[in-house]
Design a protein around this ligand. Structure first.
Ligand SMILES: Cc1cc2nc3c(=O)[nH]c(=O)nc-3n(C[C@H](O)[C@H](O)[C@H](O)COP(=O)(O)OP(=O)(O)OC[C@H]3O[C@@H](n4cnc5c(N)ncnc54)[C@H](O)[C@@H]3O)c2cc1C
Length: 394
């Protein structure tokens, strides 16, 4: 049977940056199980959906991002046996490890919104969250001249959900500049009463929605999609409503964790089935040699790539502290929700677990939109990601 000192499930932001960090810290045998041939820097997907980036800007071959010295098992995990400390893969392999880290991210729950998958297939729905459909988003949005267009923010758990507002607000700015905004009925389906539940950020966003004439449906969700007639059935705070003749829907699917986590008895619940960890130490509450970070872990904060910078650092230190019986560090729930309010202005929305401002640059108000923040998010952070974060240097 194949054995590894540390086995990481998932080769996304969490898995690759953790593998690199552990190797830097001197762990000798690290393996990553990751099925996909391509690694994506997901935050740029929203810029593809706004015509500000291409898929080539955010994709790299997986082989190029797996750190030197790390074993890449190109396969998908199908089952975990926590008692035996083994995982079984789709390809029929059984891998044994001393320490297991789960970071497989979230999977789309298409069944939560009947008809949505068909609307994607039909081409009138697409989103930055579904990479196969992302290249269609900007050509569709930028060619709209009139009619009804609908955007959604996915309910949690979802990957940095409020960033789904980026394509909406950048498109509104574009439509206004091209003079077609008054001829469009723009609607936003929000899962909660406000966009972020951060009062300072919400104040700025509500002004932007008002200014662009976006109708906001609150505490709302798309119950089903009549894909053949382009209609969305939405329930909201004000009741049930059918949005007819939708020309384009930037409708993000709902998400859940992979089912094999709950099947192994490692999840908080059956659905959405996030890994049950201590949100401060990142260690499983059910098995002391199992840990989890990233979108699939229940960390009592909004999942984000920015949050992973801190999670990776805390986890690498805690794995070593646990082995030596030393006290563990705590993750403060730091997260970030960068949102564009126009084509060239962005607010970072960096907060801790309690929603208090937690700026990376001291004295900068993270709820104030800035042009430099937009440039940093679009051009600076991708460089930091490829050259520092994925190499375990942050
Ligand atoms: C459209 C979009 C915009 C975003 N914008 C921002 C932003 O502006 N700022 C920010 O900080 N964050 C942003 N995020 C969030 C950020 O990208 C995620 O929080 C981060 O990618 C989570 O990393 P992860 O490794 O946990 O999950 P992922 O990046 O999803 O990686 C999980 C990996 O595990 C693999 N996997 C899945 N199942 C298995 C299995 N069974 N076996 C083995 N491997 C498996 C998957 O193939 C995937 O590669 C955005 C996310 C999206 C989708």
């Amino acid at each position: 049977m194949e054995r590894h000192e540390v086995l990481i499930v998932g080769g996304g932001n969490a898995g690759i940056s953790l593998a690199a960090r552990l190797l830097r810290d001197g762990v000798r045998d690290v393996a990553v199980v990751a099925p996909q041939p391509v690694h994506r820097y997901k935050p740029l997907l929203n810029y593809v959906g706004a015509g500000e980036a291409t898929m080539a800007d955010l994709e790299r071959p997986m082989a190029d991002v797996v750190p030197d010295g790390c074993t890449w098992v190109r396969d998908a995990v199908e089952a975990v046996d926590p008692a035996a400390m083994t995982v079984r893969t789709r390809g029929g392999r059984t891998l044994h490890c001393a320490t297991l880290v789960l970071c497989p991210g979230l999977v789309e729950d298409w069944e939560a919104t009947p008809g949505l998958l068909q609307a994607y297939a039909d081409g009138w729905a697409a989103s930055t969250y579904v990479p196969g459909s992302t290249p269609q988003v900007w050509p569709r949005l930028s060619s709209l001249r009139e009619g009804s267009v609908v955007f959604t923010v996915p309910p949690e758990p979802a990957s940095c959900a409020p960033t789904a507002l980026k394509p909406l607000l950048m498109a509104c700015d574009h439509w206004r500049r091209s003079g077609v905004l008054p001829d469009l009925d723009v609607r936003l389906v929000l899962p909660a009463g406000t966009a972020t539940s951060l009062p300072e950020a919400d104040r700025v966003l509500e002004e932007a929605f008002d200014d662009y004439g976006v109708e906001v449906l609150r505490e709302a969700r798309i119950e089903r999609v009549d894909w053949d007639v382009h209609a969305l059935e939405v329930t909201s705070r004000t009741g049930r409503r059918v949005l007819e003749d939708v020309v384009f829907a930037h409708a993000v699917p709902h998400y859940r964790a992979p089912v094999w986590i709950a099947d192994a008895g490692l999840a908080v619940d059956a659905s959405p089935g996030l890994v049950d960890v201590d949100p401060q130490t990142l260690r499983s509450r059910r098995h002391e040699s199992i840990w989890a970070i990233g979108d699939a872990a229940d960390l009592a904060t909004r999942p984000s790539g920015g949050g992973l910078r801190k999670q990776v650092s805390v986890l690498s230190k805690n794995m070593s502290a646990a082995a030596k019986g030393k006290p563990m560090r705590h993750y403060d729930g730091y997260t970030v929700m960068p949102i564009t309010v126009s084509r060239r202005k962005l607010m970072l929305n960096e907060v801790d677990r309690d929603g208090a401002a937690s700026p990376s640059v001291p004295f900068v108000n993270p709820f104030k939109p800035h042009r430099w923040a937009w440039l940093f998010d679009r051009y600076g952070l991708p460089q930091v990601y490829w050259h520092r974060i994925l190499r375990g240097r942050v």
